[in-house]
Design a protein. Structure first.
Length: 429
């Protein structure tokens, strides 16, 4: 039996054959974010545990059950692998006083960690593209986020991704609703499951987010937050919808959409698809006007969203879709014979100086076996250095993908041949 070490369950490798799709997605996303004026931030993967407890909320699935938390043995501090990026983003904005310069439109990408039960579309290490607008009260920027997503789905040529929106209202209207909901849940205490009973006072809204099928009738009959909304909350929600309609963005109001993180108020939204089974949400977010103050900053509004990269890539790699081409090298440089190495190394570097991608054969072997490798590499040309070429300070160039004779040329001649007919960086379709 093999004793090779395997990756941790729910944490995947991205192999070279899969990388072109990831890279194409990342390039598309970078261009899209630039088009809307969002600037990149790079945030640590590990943060103090308290950051997530204070922002996501103590009585949430993420904080109660899903965080990778450990003690730094040098100082006894509790640290956590980030389960999401909003908390870190706000922490960094406050630490570096970014809001002093005015509102900020920023984004971050990278791995997040949640100790969930792995299944299709749900992983323990997964990747997000997170987008945040700090210091803008909305609802225009809430709508901007939804319009951005709609545009990205078009650029990715993904259809069938539905937008669902809801409002959680202002903190005051939520407090009124909370009191009504607690009363209702108390009246049906016997029907609740263990989680529901525990959350009834600590975080009653989370009961509405339960996936337990037995609780669905009880959840369906629960009082609606909408009925407790104050005028400002209604205005915000209606203004958002006016913009969505003006932009022809289709949406559905889902009154039970509460989200799994506690920092939201007013607008919340989710984009989901029917094509991924139970893990339907590909992107989700909302407004968090209290979070900046909650993390010690001067009160300022915020809103944002994050996409699940693996889920979007699962849609992008469906069999009927054309996949982005791998980018093969321009040339594979084969060399053999006494004293040819020095010339081969120098030629490979000189071709790269001219902007060409070159694999230099390493490890010796006959020309025949090297040319087999050149073919397998996908390179358009083999550049060959034997004793005669080395002595004449020239190279032989052999087309591998099209008809044509092998010719012996100077370095400048080789550069010209390799650059001619070089495929552009066109899209993948
Ligand atoms: P979230 O809904 O927890 O929100 O995650 C956003 C997206 O990340 C989900 O819609 C899903 O696509 C993906 N995702 C979450 N968990 C997993 C998992 N275990 N495996 C694969 N994909 C997953 C947030 O994280 C908020 N920070 C979003 C936000 C930004 N709100 C305001 N700003």
């Amino acid at each position: 039996m093999s004793d090779t070490i395997q990756a941790i369950r729910g944490m995947s490798d991205v192999l070279p054959d899969q990388a072109p799709l990831w890279e194409w997605f990342e390039d598309t996303v970078r261009g899209w974010l630039r088009d809307y004026g969002y600037r990149n931030m790079r945030l640590p993967i590990v943060e103090k545990t308290e950051l997530f407890v204070r922002s996501i909320g103590e009585v949430t699935d993420i904080v109660e059950k899903e965080m990778y938390t450990f003690v730094d043995h040098l100082n006894g501090e509790s640290l956590t692998l980030r389960p999401e990026g909003t908390a870190s983003c706000v922490r960094a904005a406050l630490q570096h006083n970014l809001l002093y310069a005015g509102p900020q439109r920023v984004y971050y990408t990278g791995p997040m960690f949640r100790h969930e039960r792995p299944q299709k579309g749900r992983y323990r290490q997964f990747h997000q593209v997170g987008v945040e607008a700090l210091g803008l009260p909305g609802p225009d920027v809430d709508a901007e986020h939804m319009a951005m997503c709609a545009r990205l789905w078009r650029r990715l040529e993904l259809d069938g991704i539905r937008l669902e929106i809801n409002t959680l209202g202002s903190p005051e209207s939520r407090a009124r609703y909370r009191a009504r909901l607690v009363k209702y849940l108390e009246s049906r205490f016997d029907e609740l499951d263990e989680d529901g009973r525990r959350r009834i006072h600590a975080n009653p809204l989370r009961v509405l987010d339960s996936k337990n099928p037995a609780l669905q009738p009880l959840i369906g009959a629960a009082p609606r937050l909408y009925d407790d909304l104050d005028e400002d909350s209604l205005k915000h929600f209606e203004a958002l919808q006016t913009i969505l309609r003006a932009l022809d963005i289709e949406y559905e109001i889902r009154p039970r959409l509460v989200r799994g993180l506690d920092y939201y108020n007013h607008t919340v939204f989710e984009w989901s698809t029917d094509r991924l089974g139970a893990q339907a949400a590909v992107c989700a977010g909302g407004r968090y006007d209290g979070l900046i103050a909650q993390l010690g900053g001067k009160p300022a509004p915020g809103c944002g969203f994050a996409m699940g990269v693996e889920r979007l890539l699962a849609l992008l790699s469906e069999p009927e879709r054309a996949q982005p081409p791998a980018t093969p090298p321009d040339a594979y440089l084969a060399h053999s014979g006494a004293g040819t190495e020095r010339h081969a190394w120098r030629m490979a570097e000189a071709l790269r100086d001219a902007g060409l991608a070159v694999i230099l054969h390493c490890g010796g072997g006959s020309f025949k076996s090297q040319l087999r490798k050149a073919d397998a590499s996908g390179a358009r040309f083999a550049v060959i250095v034997g004793e005669a070429e080395a002595a004449a300070e020239r190279v032989a160039v052999k087309p591998l993908r099209e008809l044509g004779e092998q010719v012996t040329v100077s370095l400048a001649g080789a550069v010209e041949m390799l650059q001619a007919g070089r495929p552009g960086l066109a899209g993948r379709r």
